[in-house]
Ligand binder design. Structure first.
Ligand SMILES: [Zn+2]
Ligand SMILES: [Zn+2]
Length: 306
């Protein structure tokens, strides 16, 4: 069942153990869901049983989702950040019962507690059943006049939860962090649900990430490509030197070992790949034109077709 794949995704947060990402296979977690974040909600709805009609007995609270945007640098090296995550607490007025003090939960007589009205029409051998929300209880299944005003009978109130969040080094776009026990309080004494923090890595000005490698382009001049040059390349942690040898062509890729993103489970770092693009000048001074004309005559380059 898909739920289990989320279940061992990772644990962090102030109420739980500090160990995050134990034994998680992150690459599969959200890729299978199409990586589209819009899709996640419906999966949660499907597996976490929102809208279930079961009303009695302990039931685990619903899971919640929180979207967090971080920079590529923070994703690469990890960060401990303070966040305020919307969550739910047990209502102080009714202590989670959802009822006014001294009042009992009274089943709605119109719908018998189902919250819905069914009307069946018969046409020959066919039955048509029309289902509508009960207008007496607004689908709640209990008499609304007894419900707690502060939580509208849900037993929970929405609140911001301040907490420290540990972003582990190497986390990637679409990964999730599970905050165990930070979801909605359960019904009838059931355990709290969990909160899933969905990580979104903001696009970077220079780098593109592919797994644990980072990619960038170095646009160099024709003289640099022809004669060779020593250039400085920005990396995730400062500048690095790169020697571009004489005669370098567009499309050549240089690899800076160990300059990529740390791997999530802690085995070294990926590489930085620097792709060379030789720039053709578009604005030339008179002097530059003269020099290029001279060079052109000297080279006598015939066009080659391959
Ligand atoms: Zn209440
Ligand atoms: Zn009703």
């Amino acid at each position: 069942m898909q739920y289990d794949r989320f279940g061992h995704a990772g644990i962090s947060g102030r109420y739980t153990r500090d160990d995050i990402f134990r034994g998680a296979d992150f690459n599969t977690i959200f890729k299978d869901l199409g990586f589209g974040f819009g899709g996640v909600e419906s999966i949660f709805d499907m597996f976490f049983g929102r809208g279930s009609r079961r009303r009695y007995g302990p039931r685990k609270g619903a899971d919640l989702r929180y979207d967090l945007s971080i920079t590529l640098e923070d994703a690469a090296f990890g960060k401990e950040m303070r966040v305020e995550i919307p969550g739910f607490d047990t209502c102080d007025t009714c202590h989670g019962s959802g009822m006014k003090p001294g009042k009992d939960r009274k089943t709605c007589p119109k719908c018998n507690g189902t919250g819905e009205m069914r009307r069946t029409r018969r046409s020959g051998y066919m039955h048509f059943t029309e289902i509508q929300t009960c207008d007496k209880c607004q689908g709640k299944g209990v008499l609304t006049e007894n419900l707690c005003n502060d939580c509208q009978g849900t037993g929970n109130v929405q609140r911001l939860h301040k907490m420290k969040l540990k972003i582990p080094p190497g986390i990637d776009n679409g990964h999730s962090l599970r905050l165990a026990g930070q979801g909605k309080p359960g019904d009838q004494g059931g355990p709290r649900g969990d909160t899933y923090v969905i990580v979104h890595v903001k696009p970077h000005e220079i780098f593109r990430r592919e797994g644990s490698d980072v990619l960038c382009e170095a646009h160099i001049s024709f003289p640099q490509a022809s004669l060779g040059a020593k250039i400085q390349v920005p990396t995730l942690d400062g500048k690095a030197k790169l020697k571009v040898p004489a005669g370098t062509q567009t499309g050549t890729i240089f690899r800076l070992r160990g300059k990529g993103v740390p791997r999530l489970h802690g085995w070294g770092r990926g590489d930085q790949l620097v792709g060379v693009v030789v720039q053709t000048p578009t604005k030339l001074t008179r002097r530059q034109k003269e020099l290029l004309n001279e060079l052109s005559k000297e080279m006598e380059h015939e066009v080659e077709f391959r």
